[in-house]
Design a protein around this ligand. Structure first.
Ligand code: PMP
Length: 303
């Protein structure tokens, strides 16, 4: 099947667009929208498990924080957007799936002036998601270190989940060229930041280690949950400056993200990590993560 066929949306799909549910064919954005012209906007990717929205508050909070970072005034309250997500999930009958919520700066002139736009636009899409193959979750994945460094936090902070993902896309191209699906990105000082669309963890001598926020990364909702789950197991967790050598010398590694969930990493730059198999702490944390989901996570709202 040609790749494009997979992406033809179900014609019955409804999109929430600026306060209304519209058929997917009618969910259109202007060519003058600054989200399209300049990547001027923000987004969230959120999971739906068993008809419930996962970690709703954390995602909503980050959405508003990203907006603040860009001086973007979202024309809806957090409560309105939470209800809008629930409505979209319900109308589309989503039980297991993914929500993409986007706010663009809206329609404006061709100049970049961000305050000469009519009004920011918000839309919510619900869909399915499958990031990696089941085999990768079972046996672990290979990654590379990208030569493209992560954005400098004083240029465009990686903490802002903006519509400008070119930094990540350039590193993802490197990964794909090397036959992988993820790449570790270093920061401007050479410390590990994160992956192109996921956070990165290693396990070394029983310690769970992940780059500290000041290393320049998105503060992933899944990252924060894994830190909480590890601490609950009394595993020491370090948020630290990590080097590429720390990864080479690690016993285990894994990535976390809303789409990816938790996936073991067993090879980097053609070097085996540990014994080249998903390690016991990684497996334990994956089991804890699945159990947390089964128990309803932060409970969200039943649809
Ligand atoms: N880093 C980047 C660059 C991301 O885009 C994402 C989300 N796909 C993550 C990390 C993981 O964040 P979360 O767990 O909140 O999905």
């Amino acid at each position: 099947m040609p790749i494009a066929d997979e992406y033809i949306p179900n014609p019955n799909l409804k999109i929430w667009l600026d306060g209304k549910l519209v058929p997917v064919q009618d969910a259109k954005i202007s060519v003058y929208d600054h989200g399209l012209l300049y990547g001027d906007g923000i987004f969230e990717g959120i999971r739906v498990y068993n008809g419930r929205i996962f970690e709703t508050k954390a995602h909503i909070d980050r959405f508003y924080l990203s907006a603040k970072g860009l001086r973007l005034d979202i024309p809806f309250t957090p409560a309105q957007l939470t209800d809008a997500m629930l409505e979209t999930v319900k109308v589309n009958g989503v039980k297991e799936g993914y929500i993409r919520m986007v706010c663009t700066r809206g329609v404006g002139t061709l100049g970049i002036h961000p305050f000469r736009t009519v009004s920011p636009s918000v839309f919510i899409i619900t869909d399915r998601i499958a990031m990696f193959s089941p085999e990768m979750y079972e046996n672990g994945m290979a990654v590379i270190t990208a030569s493209t460094i992560r954005n400098h936090p004083n240029a465009l902070s990686p903490q802002i989940k903006s519509l400008n993902y070119l930094n990540n896309i350039l590193a993802k191209i490197e990964a794909i060229d090397a036959g992988c699906l993820e790449a570790v990105m270093l920061n401007h000082e050479g410390f590990v930041a994160e992956c192109t669309g996921d956070n990165f963890f290693i396990v070394s001598r029983g310690r769970v280690r992940t780059p500290a926020p000041h290393c320049g990364l998105l503060l992933g909702v899944t990252r924060n949950l894994i830190i909480r789950l590890a601490r609950k197991r009394n595993l020491p967790v370090d948020e630290a400056e990590l080097t590429r050598f720390d990864i080479y010398a690690a016993d285990e590694a894994f990535i976390t993200g809303t789409g990816a969930e938790v996936c073991p990493v067993v090879e980097i730059d053609k070097r085996k990590i540990g014994d080249g198999k998903p390690g016991p702490i990684t497996r334990q944390l994956i089991a804890d993560f699945r159990q947390y989901i089964k128990e309803g996570g932060d409970l969200g709202h039943a649809s």
